[in-house]
Design a binder for this molecule. Structure first.
Ligand code: HEM
Length: 477
């Protein structure tokens, strides 16, 4: 466990907000660990084991200090980078592994395909692929919405990043990225915690990176050889600044990261929103009325999106209560004073969207899904940060929101989704993301505007307060 700088032998934790315990507890269950630290110490704390510390910040003040200062608080998303010439080093070298001037330059060049004015060009792909997904659904069947949203976002992300003309190769990159990201999550803790099983699996990670790199290289070759399209990769290949463009080696890292960053965050945001709606029939009813009035059950057109104010509130609230990205970490590039702590260089600081979004001083009844609250609150970017904040805020935030704002109405215009009575819904934060770890079984019916929320079980009740079973009926059967 020598990832963290060692404290001097005469250090004194007595007066500081420090809990002496096991750092492995954090990897095991981040939410439980962070809740305990916050309950005991407040908005800044450290977990100390064997002379090493992991630091945690929970409120907007500390979030601002850390997230706005990218010089002193560096990003280090991938714990295991591989040797210099390895495929693991190349595929893990996208924006989240860059810092300083290199990060600024690459972010500026890579921004083009994600700028607001570029987003409209992906709208048709979202309506097309969401409609194609729904064409395969049958009324009266029970579907695992978690699996559906994961597969749908795999197709959508690969189409937006690579275009529609090489669907099999794009899909292969998606599947291999998903496996590689999962392995990084599973084996990454080996960088912090001594564990023989994880260390042995390091070889598996290196092989997975090699397997992922092959189709990425092939896609790059095809895009460089052929005519360029409007997909993100084509735009990145053409992107230039005064110092030149992005090399193929750098593009490999950008592609793997873009896929990894976009796919499951978007899929889980969709799943959690459909889940929360299905447990809150009055909210579902209000949203249904808005969609019927504005889009009459069709996919919203780009110019209609700003008018869908209930949809906007529902998504904001869903990403507040169950944020797909639950925490992220920074590493100090030099000694820094943070609250009562003097942090040596190399200290790891965790900030948590989940914890900040559940602070009672910021949000009334924080564990309750209440989209209406957004009519009266306007939290700062460091108090509400589903996409992060500051110079490293998610580059795909506008694209991500557009995907959610088009996909949800398309689904809800065609089908009514109700969780199965008694379903067990479980969730877990793994590495940084809030995953559904069970099926999310929903009954599919033609949309009729009558909504019922059944009673469900599972550990999801430890993350959000769900109301008792209820029904909203507007139309006679
Ligand atoms: C609902 C969906 C999404 C969520 C919740 C989300 C969340 C986040 C968060 C919290 C960060 C900040 C990480 C940090 O502070 O270190 C981030 C960064 C990033 N995201 Fe997203 N994201 C989503 C969708 C997307 C999409 C669609 C793309 C691109 C296709 C994308 C690409 C990126 C990239 C490249 C970064 C790194 C930015 C940098 O370091 O400069 N994300 N995302």
């Amino acid at each position: 466990m020598d990832q963290f700088p060692r404290l001097s032998s005469d250090h004194d934790s007595g007066t500081l907000p420090v809990t002496v315990g096991q750092i492995a507890d954090f990897a095991h269950d981040p939410v439980v660990c962070m809740r305990r630290l916050w309950a005991r110490h407040g908005n800044i704390a450290a977990l100390e084991e064997d002379g090493q510390r992991l630091y945690f910040i929970f409120g907007p003040e500390y979030n601002k200090q850390v997230l706005s200062d990218s010089e002193r608080f560096h990003s280090r998303f991938f714990a295991l980078r591989g040797s210099k010439r390895s495929a693991q080093r190349r595929v893990s070298s996208g924006l989240l592994s860059m810092n300083g001037d290199e990060h600024k330059r690459h972010r500026r060049i890579a921004m083009g395909p994600f700028a607001k004015k570029a987003i409209g060009s992906y709208h048709n792909t979202v309506t097309q692929l969401s409609s194609e997904m729904l064409d395969t659904w049958q009324p009266d069947e029970v579907r695992d919405i978690n699996q559906d949203m994961t597969e749908y976002m795999l197709r959508l992300t690969s189409s937006i990043l690579f275009g529609l003309d090489e669907p099999e190769l794009a899909h292969e990159i998606g599947v291999k990225t998903e496996r590689w990201v999962a392995l990084n999550h599973e084996i990454g803790p080996a960088a912090f915690i001594p564990n023989a099983d994880l260390t042995e699996r390091y070889e598996e990670l290196l092989e997975s990176a090699e397997e992922l790199e092959k189709p990425i290289k092939e896609m790059l070759r095809l895009r460089r050889a052929g005519s360029s399209g409007r997909d993100v990769l084509s735009l990145l290949i053409q992107a230039h600044d005064g110092e030149g463009g992005i090399s193929d080696e750098q593009l490999i890292g950008h592609i793997a990261l873009l896929f990894g960053a976009a796919h499951l965050t978007s899929a889980h945001s969709l799943t959690w929103t459909l889940f929360l709606l299905s447990q809150h029939p009055e909210v579902m009813d209000e949203l249904h009325q808005e969609l019927t009035a504005h889009t009459d059950g069709s996919s919203p057109r780009p110019e209609q999106l700003d008018d869908l104010v209930v949809l906007d509130r529902v998504l904001k609230e869903s990403m507040r209560v169950l944020p797909a990205s639950a925490y992220v970490q920074r590493v100090t590039s030099q000694p820094v004073e943070l609250g009562p702590f003097q942090l040596p260089q190399g200290s790891v600081v965790v900030f948590s969207q989940f914890m900040t979004h559940h602070l009672p001083e910021l949000y009334d009844e924080p564990e309750t899904f209440r989209p209406d609250r957004w009519q009266t609150i306007n939290p700062s970017p460091y108090a509400y940060l589903p996409f992060g904040a500051g110079p490293r805020m998610c580059i795909g935030a506008a694209l991500g929101m557009m995907q959610l704002k088009v996909t949800l109405p398309t689904i809800l215009g065609r089908f009514k989704l109700s969780l199965e009575e008694g379903a067990e819904v479980n969730a877990r934060v793994m590495s940084t993301m809030l995953f559904p770890t069970s099926r999310v079984p929903m009954h599919v019916a033609p949309q009729d505007g009558n909504f019922t929320a059944p009673t469900i079980t599972g550990n999801i009740h430890t993350l959000v307060n769900l109301p008792p079973a209820s029904t909203v009926t507007r139309h006679a059967a």
